[in-house]
Design a protein around this ligand. Structure first.
Ligand SMILES: *Cc1c(COP(=O)(O)O)cnc(C)c1O
Length: 381
């Protein structure tokens, strides 16, 4: 097999002429930000997942921050989450003065293990933030059952799982609040962008205030006149623009097609690699329909002559944009300074050492897929 001509990244957006026109139209309109497109986009995402409310944010991290605020997380509150995620998940807890508590993963699904959650519950526990890592929903029935028992709020980090399903239900109605991200590598994009969907009016109103400086124009404490508004919470400017919302509306029309193609690619990979005894394929729980944001192989290093790093570098040298998701969050120097110690979640740590992400995105051609398969077969030895 020859080296590919061009670098194949692990994930990439797919922008059409239609998307471009939708954005240009907003540029010619009177509203560049917080105009009619925001509401239309929120409604579209809420309808798609079957939630009552949606609040769009400038990015997924800001949306998670908003959800932690709405959940009332504050100084000293503990929030249980997974170490196998992007740092933004637990950072949102820190923004609110809370303490992230890391529970280990289920090695088959790579998602937080409900049995591990139970072990970490204390009188200070306030919330759980499961992550639908790679696009496969976390075991939400088990998680919601624990939450109910202890009166906890569940914020699902669905950055990877817009359009994914759990026991026949779309992600977005399984938790009290669910976050989706619209970063370019995510299921659909608004360049930067995020959203919280919820069925709770109370959360909805808190999220809207939080996004815009904590200000309100209704239910005011005084009647000073038509110009009057009040700031009632310490909010932020976390608003999405109408340009981004217009792109999102246009992209949402393609979501199901994008996911179908991701599933197709995952099936082709599974078929191609199932006879290799040096790798473990991504396991799917019964009833889970993944959005296949990521396709991750686990290398059985005891059966390989090369190290993961050598395999990674050989694949990169052949222009196959492999990646590794994720470094356990509490390994980062910032978290180490806060006092988290290596060894906290042994399953996640071992899993990380063996993980290798292959390219998967809807615009990949059959030729691209074949290049990846050939290169994996050549270098995973
Ligand atoms: C991308 C991502 C986020 C953050 O989303 P942004 O829109 O990039 O701020 C949070 N959690 C996970 C798991 C992500 O992959």
């Amino acid at each position: 097999m020859k080296k590919r001509e061009s670098f194949l990244s692990y994930g990439r957006q797919w922008i059409t002429e239609e998307d471009i026109e939708a954005v240009v139209e907003v540029l010619k309109s009177p509203f560049l930000t917080q105009g009619p497109k925001i509401q239309e986009f929120e409604q579209k995402v809420a309808d798609y997942v079957g939630a009552k409310y949606a609040v769009a944010f400038s990015n997924g991290t800001a949306a998670l921050h908003g959800a932690c605020f709405a959940a009332g997380i504050g100084e000293g509150d503990e929030v249980i989450t997974t170490p196998m995620t992007f740092a933004a998940t637990s950072n949102a807890v820190l923004y609110c003065g809370g303490k992230p508590v890391f529970a280990d993963i289920d090695e088959r699904t790579y998602n937080i293990d409900p049995k591990e959650i139970s072990k970490h519950i204390t009188p200070r526990t306030k919330a759980i933030i499961p992550v639908d890592f790679t696009g496969q929903p976390a075991d939400m029935d088990a998680i919601m059952k624990i939450a109910e028992e202890y009166g906890l709020v569940v914020i699902e980090d669905g950055a990877h799982s817009l359009g994914a399903e759990y026991k026949g239900r779309k992600v977005g109605t399984l938790a009290h609040m669910t976050m989706f991200s619209f970063h370019p590598v995510k299921p659909v994009t608004t360049a930067e962008g995020g959203i919280i969907v919820t069925d709770s009016k109370e959360y909805y109103e808190k999220l809207k205030r939080f996004r815009s400086h904590g200000m309100i124009k209704e239910n005011l404490s005084r009647d000073e006149g038509p110009w009057y508004y009040e700031m009632v919470d310490l909010g932020y400017n976390y608003r999405m623009t109408d340009l981004q919302a217009a792109l999102g509306i246009s992209q949402m029309d393609k979501l199901d097609r994008f996911i179908k193609r991701r599933q197709e690619i995952a099936n082709i990979y599974n078929e191609a690699f199932k006879t290799m005894d040096s790798v473990i394929l991504p396991h799917q729980l019964e009833g889970a329909k993944s959005g296949w944001h990521l396709y991750i192989l686990q290398l059985r290093l005891e059966k390989l002559k090369s190290s993961r790093r050598e395999i990674f570098e050989k694949l990169r040298a052949d222009n196959i944009g492999v990646h590794v998701h994720y470094i356990p969050v509490y390994w980062h120097p910032f978290y180490q300074k806060l006092g988290y110690k290596k060894g906290l979640c042994p399953t996640a740590e071992q899993w990380y050492e063996q993980a290798l992400t292959l390219p998967i995105f809807p615009k990949m051609t059959d030729e691209d897929i074949k290049d990846v398969i050939d290169a994996v077969k050549k270098h995973v030895k």
